[in-house]
Design a protein around this ligand. Structure first.
Ligand code: ARG
Length: 270
């Protein structure tokens, strides 16, 4: 198996962390009293973008807006499947205005954009997994939004309930490796959701709490390379055993806001 994995070239949307800060607390990682090193954050983010480009991926930029310190987390702004855009309606009032520049970007690029009626946080909770969309709920995105997503795309939506506030978005507890498989942290899910995942993915890579707390499940895979937090060492070793190539990228400053690699990366699926 090693060396049999094939990468496919992706198109990612990102937003430079020019105005990144932790000014409010909407998840347990955020502590507004603890300083963020914005220059370090910018260097870490630039390394992520350079790493994507070095691996052949296309990276597009949305212009960062002042006053929106979480706008760097591009994954939360939409989910794009087959060139159609399902936008976001953020749970926190502080983040609601982010939808405007993101949806404007997609419209300017000629995309059809649907603005949701129910609270929904894009790829933070809606993970496109080839045959279906895995959809988190419990902290942010609602069940009503899951129904709306299924109606819009006509793709089966599989609802999964998150139970641990540290893993408040699905993309902090699970990521897609390729069309066939995923990696996840089982304890982040309700017992029933755990069973659903075990049925759909009997061969999944299971991560430890340490891997999950190091943002190891907030990874991006191109089918071969897995862009992963360097702290998730046990997970990286498991991935290497399965023939994937872990590519460590350190986004430690963003963990202070509860974000990592995947949070900073939205995939535009044509
Ligand atoms: N501070 C942001 C929030 O709580 C972080 C979002 C991280 N993004 C993600 N896809 N998990 O909304």
């Amino acid at each position: 198996m090693p060396d049999s994995r094939v990468a496919s070239l992706r198109r990612y949307l990102v937003c430079e962390p020019r105005h990144f800060a932790v000014r409010y607390a909407i998840n347990p990682w955020m502590r507004p009293d603890r300083p963020v090193d914005v220059l370090l954050a910018q260097r870490q983010w630039q390394t992520l973008v350079d790493t994507y480009r070095d691996h052949g991926h296309t990276v597009e930029n949305v212009k960062p807006e002042p006053g929106l310190p979480d706008m760097v987390f591009a994954a939360n702004a939409a989910v794009v499947v087959e060139g159609r855009v399902f936008g976001s309606l953020f749970h926190a009032p502080e983040r609601r205005p982010e939808s405007v520049p993101y949806e404007a970007w997609f419209k300017a690029e000629g995309y059809e954009v649907h603005h949701p009626e129910s609270v929904c946080e894009g790829e933070g909770d809606l993970v496109s997994a080839g045959r279906w969309i895995l959809a988190g709920t419990g902290f942010r995105t609602t069940r009503e939004a899951h129904r709306e997503v299924q109606e819009y795309f006509g793709v089966p939506v599989i609802g999964l309930t998150l139970v641990d506030p540290y893993f408040y978005h699905l993309d902090t507890a699970l990521f897609v490796l390729d069309e066939e498989n995923i990696a996840y942290y089982p304890e982040a899910f309700s017992p029933g959701s755990r069973e659903v995942l075990a049925r759909l993915y009997p061969d999944a890579v299971l991560a430890t709490r340490e891997d999950a707390m190091a943002f190891g499940l907030n990874s991006v895979s191109d089918g071969r390379h897995v862009f992963i937090s360097p702290g998730a060492t046990a997970l990286a070793a498991q991935l290497a055993d399965r023939g994937y190539v872990p590519v460590p990228v350190d986004l430690s400053e963003f963990q202070k806001a509860g974000g990592g690699i995947k949070c900073c990366t939205q995939e535009i699926r044509s």
